[in-house]
Design a protein around this ligand. Structure first.
Ligand SMILES: CC(C)(COP(=O)(O)OP(=O)(O)OC[C@H]1O[C@@H](n2cnc3c(N)ncnc32)[C@H](O)[C@@H]1OP(=O)(O)O)[C@@H](O)C(=O)NCCC(=O)NCCS
Length: 180
């Protein structure tokens, strides 16, 4: 069962029935303000609920530890919540690592006024330490090649380019990996 986590002036609070609507509002706001919707389309209520109910997904609202204001949300999973593409990638493209030992950084969205304060970097750090503590061997993530802030944060925190793929409708992604 997920619990409250205090980390470097942030509070990660599990997404649950109580805060789900508030999280969805933040997601809507983030999507609405994206200049290119292909960079980040959000997960939608159904997918967030699936993560929320799965014990292997870490689905959190990100709060300011002091003001308790909701700043954004993030979801990090292990292999059980990989969709087919990720599963095949984990299985075949990182052959030296068992897919059970790979985690997946799925999403982070911050409201506009919470940005520019290093919150994504702190969040990546927390979940990297979490994965390490679970003896994971690698973390994968998918980033739109032109999503500058997201890509910069992953690379700055030790993620490396693994492969490029293309979803339908001309929608490319860089797959980045951090080996632990
Ligand atoms: C991605 C996101 C979470 C990052 O938020 P953040 O933690 O506030 O990150 P910042 O905006 O402070 O950026 C941090 C770094 O990225 C750099 N950066 C910002 N925009 C950039 C760009 N367009 N290109 C390259 N680097 C960029 C900053 O200069 C800063 O660098 P530094 O740490 O070396 O000084 C936030 O922008 C967001 O919510 N975006 C919309 C949703 C999204 O795209 N999520 C990611 C995909 S799941």
């Amino acid at each position: 069962m997920s619990k409250l986590i205090h980390y470097d002036s942030l509070l990660f609070k599990p997404i649950c029935e109580k805060n789900l609507e508030h999280i969805l509002e933040i997601e809507k706001e983030v999507v609405k303000n994206m200049s290119n919707k292909n960079h980040f389309g959000g997960l939608g209520k159904k997918n967030i609920e699936i993560s929320m109910k799965n014990k292997n997904a870490l689905s959190y609202g990100i709060y300011d530890e002091y003001t308790k204001e909701l700043l954004g949300y993030t979801i990090f999973t292990n292999y059980e919540l990989f969709d087919k593409t990720n599963f095949d990638l984990a299985k075949h493209l990182v052959p030296e690592i068992k897919y059970e030992d790979i985690y997946y950084y799925r999403v982070i969205g911050l409201n506009a006024k919470a940005r520019g304060k290093g919150i994504m970097g702190k969040t990546i750090n927390y979940f990297t330490e979490y994965a390490r503590a679970k003896n994971a061997k690698a973390i994968l993530t998918f980033v739109h090649p032109e999503n500058g802030a997201s890509k910069h944060n992953f690379v700055k925190n030790g993620f490396e380019h693994l492969l490029d793929i293309e979803f339908d409708n001309n929608n490319p992604r860089n797959i980045l990996i951090k080996k632990l």
